[in-house]
Structures are given as structure tokens and as C-alpha cells.
Design a protein around this ligand. Structure first.
Ligand code: SAJ
Length: 401
């Protein structure tokens, strides 16, 4: 059976690798020639624990190849980005539509097109089904892996297969069962679309609750972490961890699909998203209070440690640090200094690539990400004023959220 994985980003590439290692004949397609060239040179395109070895295994077995072309296959797995329109808050299905159209140009009758990209409920009915001009089968199998633990989750997560034709759903489920030991459930397309967005919305709302608690506690000088620790000893309470904001391309994006489609029905969800989005500005406000308390007036002596959207990944999309830098533009002439051990390229102004130089140039360090490397370097921060937004620093004078 020939599988064509379309889109070789954070989801498509691991999916192609997993399918190839399960024994399927896989072609990975991406319109970005640079990505395809890099992969064809046997170099992986992003860092993820354990993925590189699986990538080598898949390529060496001959089961995995890469091209910029769409090919004739039995099954297509579409994993292209679905951004949202920041004004209307609605899903932008352009890439999925375009990819499906191109699949339709090359595929034979009877082939199966599996959409893994996250879409809002109803997107496939509204935008994909109307362009189908051949006898093919549509399936939605929303991805579920978490960056930072992708390899484990690819092999163990339960999966949802949405298909309007049960037999086709079962056929695709059997393929996914060869890649994971988690349950693989078959439902209809619309329910599968909904489950995916609901899962990420659940997390967004719960993070917002923790963030709101952080603000309440900060207002009255209470320790939010101590309060959460104690509350979580209750058998039915499980509060998440407050932080400097919510980044990435999932939790900070997908719930907006529901808000965009059901503006009158999403008060909890909408407000949660605003609470999460307010956290970088809250960090800035706390920073100015901490500066005042320490007689520091020069923002040029303030540095941000961590630029990625979360720990131990190199993905900085929608990261809290980027959000904070955007928020500070209104107030400061010059951007704050930034260092992240995971980012080698120049992403923002005033970015350092040498930790010691960064530390020499700042007096106040805002810890934004809980990278293992930052935890290991905590002793280097002993003589700095530290604002630890991630609760990883046990230096006695570190400020918390
Ligand atoms: N965060 C907090 N507090 C927490 C947990 C997370 O502030 O207690 C922040 C993180 O620092 C980060 C953001 O939230 O900035 C999102 O990180 P995450 O680790 O919660 O999730 P993602 O975005 O990396 O991956 C999520 C996962 N979804 C769920 O757990 C429901 C993953 O399983 C999905 O596959 C992924 O979204 C996706 O692609 O949809």
C-alpha cells in the first residue's frame, strides 16, 4: 500500500516516519523545496527527542522518500497548517483546500484522503466536500501528539478516525493501529473535527484558570504555586500550571475556531483566550514593578531567557516571548535582550547566541521557558535579579508570577 504524506512540518514528518517504520511505502511531499532537499540529504528539519533515530531508520529501510510532487498513492495523509484569521477568529482552510485540490489532480478513483490538519467543526462539509470531483473517500484523523514527547505519543496515543463511510473508517483505523498501541476509535467526520478542537480548548481553558489564579494571588501577595499544590491534593482537583502566556500553534489557536464560529455561545472559552493572551503584558507589568523595587530604571539591562513556546523544543511560533516583545513595542523604544539555547537563527532584534555575553549585559533576567538547560544554569543567575515566570528557580530572592 502506497501512502503519500502531504506537508512535512511538525506533524507530517513524524507521521511519515511512523508510517514508514510500520512497513508502509511512504512518500513525503512538501512544496517547500528547501525542506525536501534537506530531508533528501538525510538531515532532519527540526529537533525532537528520539525522532532523528526513527528518521534514519525509516530512510535507511527504503520505505520513506521525499519529493515536492504529489504522487499516485492509495492513501493521502494531508497535514498542512490551518492558521486562523486573527480578526474574524475563523479557521483559514486555504492550505487544506489547496492540498486536497492537488491530490485530486493526481489521485485515482477509490483512493482515500485522510486530513490530519486541525480544522473547525464543519470545515470538511463546507470547504472540502464541495471540491471533490472524483470518487474518493474523505477521512479526518486529527493529530494528537505533543511536541517534546512526540515519539512516545505517536506510538501510544489513542486516535480518532472520522469517516462518513464506516467501512472506510475501519480500513484507515487498521492502518493507524499498526502505528500505535493506543485505542483507535471510528466516528463520523464532524464529530472527529469537534473532538480535536475540544481537546485543545479544554487545555486552554484550564491553563487560563491557572493564569487567572496567578493574577489573583499576585494581587494580594499570595503564593499561587503553594495554593495550587495544596488544592491538587483534593481528589477531584487538578489545576494546571500558570505561566507567562500560551504559545504554539495549537492551544493558542484552535479554541478561537469555536469562538469564531459560535461567538454568542463561547463566553468561557473566549474569556479564557483573552486571559491567556494577557499574560505577556502581565509579565511586563510585574517586570516594571520589580525594576522599581530594585532601583533599576534602564530596560536595556533587562534580558529574557527563553524564546520558544515551551520547554525543550525549538518551535517559537506564537511564543509568549514573541507576544511579550510585541506588547513592549508600545512602551519601549528598544526591544529587550533575548537568549534561547534552542534558537540558532536570528529571530528577533537584540538576540544573543552566547549565554555569558547575554548575562554580562543584563541585571534582571526574566525566565520565560523551563528548558532543562536553563534549570541547569541556574547558578549563573545567582548575582542577577531573577523574575522566574515558570517556577523553576529556587534562588532565595527570585520573583515569581
Ligand atoms: N502551558 C501552560 N501551563 C500548563 C501547560 C501548558 O502555561 O500547565 C503552556 C505551554 O508553556 C505552552 C502552551 O501552554 O506555551 C501549549 O503547550 P502544551 O504543552 O499544553 O501543548 P502543545 O500546544 O504543545 O500541544 C497541544 C496538545 N494538546 C493537548 O494536550 C490537549 C497536543 O496533544 C496536540 O497534539 C497539540 O496541541 C496540537 O497540535 O493540537
Amino acid at each position: 500500500m502506497k501512502i503519500n504524506v502531504v506537508g512535512l512540518g511538525y506533524i507530517g514528518l513524524p507521521t511519515a516516519i511512523t508510517m514508514a517504520n510500520a512497513g508502509f511505502d511512504v512518500m513525503g511531499t512538501d512544496y517547500n523545496k528547501q525542506i525536501v532537499d534537506t530531508l533528501n540529504q538525510k538531515k532532519i528539519t527540526f529537533k525532537e527527542d528520539g525522532l532523528e533515530d526513527l528518521f534514519f531508520k525509516a530512510v535507511d529501510s527504503g520505505n520513506l522518500k521525499f519529493t515536492t510532487e504529489y504522487i499516485d498513492a492509495d492513501i493521502y495523509i494531508v497535514s498542512v497548517p490551518t492558521p486562523y484569521d486573527s480578526f474574524s477568529k475563523k479557521v483559514d482552510a486555504t492550505y487544506v483546500i489547496k492540498a486536497t485540490q492537488t491530490v485530486l489532480d493526481v489521485c485515482k478513483e477509490g483512493s482515500i484522503v485522510v486530513i490530519e490538519s486541525t480544522v473547525s467543526p464543519g470545515t470538511i462539509d463546507r470547504f472540502i466536500k464541495p471540491i471533490i470531483n472524483k470518487n474518493i473517500h474523505l477521512v479526518h484523523a486529527p493529530e494528537r501528539i505533543i511536541p517534546g514527547n512526540m515519539v512516545y505519543e505517536l506510538q501510544h496515543n489513542a486516535r480518532t478516525i472520522g469517516a462518513d463511510d464506516k467501512a472506510i473508517g475501519e480500513k484507515v483505523a487498521d492502518i493507524y493501529r499498526q502505528t500505535t498501541d493506543g485505542d483507535v476509535v471510528v466516528t463520523d467526520i464532524r464529530s472527529a473535527e469537534m473532538t480535536k478542537v475540544v481537546e485543545n480548548t479544554f487545555r486552554a481553558v484550564n491553563i487560563a484558570f491557572a493564569n487567572e489564579l496567578a493574577k489573583i494571588c499576585s494581587h494580594d501577595g499570595m503564593d499561587v504555586y503553594e495554593i495550587i499544590r495544596i488544592c491538587n491534593m483534593h481528589p477531584r482537583v487538578n489545576i494546571l500550571t500558570p505561566g507567562p502566556g500560551v504559545g504554539g500553534h495549537c492551544i493558542s489557536v484552535d479554541p478561537w475556531f469555536l469562538v469564531g464560529d459560535y461567538p454568542e455561545l463561547t463566553k468561557v472559552i473566549g474569556n479564557s483566550m483573552y486571559v491567556n493572551a494577557s499574560m505577556p503584558s502581565f509579565v511586563l507589568k510585574r517586570t516594571s514593578e520589580i525594576m522599581k523595587e530594585n532601583g533599576l530604571t534602564d530596560y536595556k539591562r533587562v534580558g529574557i531567557y527563553g524564546l520558544t513556546y515551551k520547554e525543550n523544543v525549538d518551535d517559537y511560533r506564537e511564543s509568549p516571548t514573541l507576544q511579550l516583545l510585541e506588547a513592549q513595542k508600545e512602551h519601549l523604544a528598544e526591544p529587550l535582550k533575548v537568549y534561547d539555547p534552542f534558537i540558532e537563527d536570528d529571530i528577533v532584534e537584540n538576540q544573543y547566541h552566547d549565554l555569558q555575553k547575554f548575562l554580562d549585559d543584563v541585571d534582571l533576567v526574566i525566565v520565560m521557558v523551563k528548558h532543562d538547560e536553563i534549570k541547569a544554569n541556574m547558578n549563573l543567575l545567582e548575582n542577577k535579579i531573577v523574575f522566574d515566570t515558570q517556577n523553576i528557580c529556587d534562588l532565595p530572592k527570585a520573583y515569581k508570577l
